[in-house]
Ligand binder design. Structure first.
Ligand code: NZQ
Ligand code: ZN
Length: 393
């Protein structure tokens, strides 16, 4: 077991009708004028934005609005948000949405906190942020975990670079989570969200740098719980309890809890998906599912005890005649699960067909961002990454 720091300052307000508290909460955290930041039309159509406007008005908190955040959120919307907030004298950002809206909001917060600097420098890793701006969330999709995470992922739509920046100062002040709000999600988004939630724990679980019995137990239970409820939601999307289990799992899976005592995890699937997302604008969780099997088969021998433990404790595989056989049965079982919930198990099923040239380009970008080699389950070179992409086609 390795030493760790666990820092999770976000106040969570969870359950039915909790969005009604948003005005009083924002006021309690010092908001006078809020930027209400959201995505496409889903939050307007469901009536959620109307309820939030009303709650702000009742609390006497002024607001301006900026919608139009797209999945794999764009840098130009971030710049637009920063300029709007400066012009309007906004002192608080309220993200109403999922990972894309929250990350666009986080980037706006970085930009407002250090207004003389270009926010993209953070994603380019040419400087570190020194301060942040007040941020809170009303979550509408259980997936990215950005509502409690220290992470922010933005795409520069001009260069198609999708880049992340992690800093503990970016954890939101509070997050309102009403599972009922997620009922309007299309099944593909619900299930992509489940795949992403599981992967945030799996990325941490498959590592060669330290483990802890308690962390393993929490992780295995979290993955099993999400799998069970993902299958329930596939046939019964209105099931409140299943939505609640998945929503709470989304936050716990990416707030650091399932990495305590480890080396922080592997993260190769995420790094590789970010390149796919930047180049082809695919749905993040589905992109992870499409890559995972190829990655797992490439690395499992270098991380065999963890793959065996995963097969037995998570996938309910009976130990085979060798560890190799057990580990491979666990990988196959996970792919069968993805198919049952309508997730892709290769890049073609994801709906894109990268050329050899595009694969080399993505592998080169992974090497630039992560180093060569990188990873924990197995150290991957640029050549290895290209091979994993090719085998995932
Ligand atoms: O834009 P609207 O109309 O709201 O539609 C959205 C969007 O099309 C829709 N949606 C959201 N809530 C809904 C709804 N539709 C109906 N009813 C609702 N209640 O769902 C679509 C996807 O939304 P998005 O915010 O993109 O989903 P998600 O939460 O999966 O976020 C994905 C983004 O987060 C990044 C991903 O890379 C991707 O850019 N990630 C962020 C992380 C973080 N900051 O910690 C970690 C993750 O690993 C991930 O990389
Ligand atoms: Zn993710």
């Amino acid at each position: 077991m390795l030493n760790f720091t666990f820092y999770t300052p976000t106040r969570v307000v969870f359950g039915k009708d909790t969005e009604g508290q948003v005005g009083d909460l924002a006021k309690a955290y010092g908001a006078h004028k809020v930027l209400l930041h959201y995505g496409g039309k889903s939050a307007e159509r469901s009536g959620l934005l109307g309820r939030i406007r009303l709650a702000l008005e009742m609390a006497g908190v002024d607001y301006v609005e900026l919608g139009g955040v797209v999945p794999n959120p764009h840098l130009d919307k971030v710049y637009e948000g920063i300029e709007l907030c400066k012009k309007e004298g906004v002192d608080f950002i309220l993200a109403v949405g999922g990972g894309s809206v929250i990350d666009s909001s986080k980037a706006i917060c970085y930009g407002l906190a250090e207004p003389d600097k270009d926010v993209w420098e953070l994603f380019d890793k040419t400087r570190q942020a020194k301060c942040f701006f007040p941020l809170a969330v009303v979550l509408t999709i259980a997936a990215a975990g950005s509502e409690m995470s220290n992470s922010c992922v933005i795409t520069d739509e001009k260069t198609l670079q999708k880049r992340g920046y992690n800093n503990d100062i970016a954890r939101p002040l509070f997050a309102i989570m009403n599972p009922e709000i997620t009922r309007t999600l299309p099944d593909y988004q619900t299930e992509s969200g489940c795949a992403d939630i599981m992967m945030h724990t799996m990325e941490r679980y498959f590592n060669n740098g330290g483990s802890m019995e308690l962390t393993d137990g929490l992780s295995e239970s979290l993955i099993r719980t999400v799998m069970k409820n993902a299958e329930i939601l596939h046939v019964d999307p209105d099931n409140y309890d299943a939505r609640a289990e998945v929503m709470w799992a989304s936050s716990l899976s990416h707030n650091g809890l399932t990495g305590c005592g480890t080396d922080g995890g592997d993260w190769a699937c995420h790094r590789m998906e970010h390149e796919l997302g930047g180049m082809f604008d695919v749905t993040h969780g589905a992109g992870l599912a499409a890559i995972w099997g190829s990655w797992a088969r490439f690395v499992y021998r270098d991380c065999l005890p963890r793959f065996v433990q995963f097969a037995v404790n998570v996938m309910d595989v009976k130990p085979g005649s060798s560890d190799d056989e057990t580990a491979l049965a666990g990988i196959r079982a996970m792919e069968a699960f993805y198919r049952r919930i309508g997730m892709p198990t290769n890049i073609k099923e994801l709906g894109v067909e990268p050329t050899d040239e595009q694969i080399e380009e993505m592998a080169a970008a992974v090497a630039v961002v992560c180093g060569d080699p990188f990873g924990s389950a197995k150290k991957l070179s640029k050549k290895d990454v290209a091979e994993i992409y090719r085998k995932a086609r």
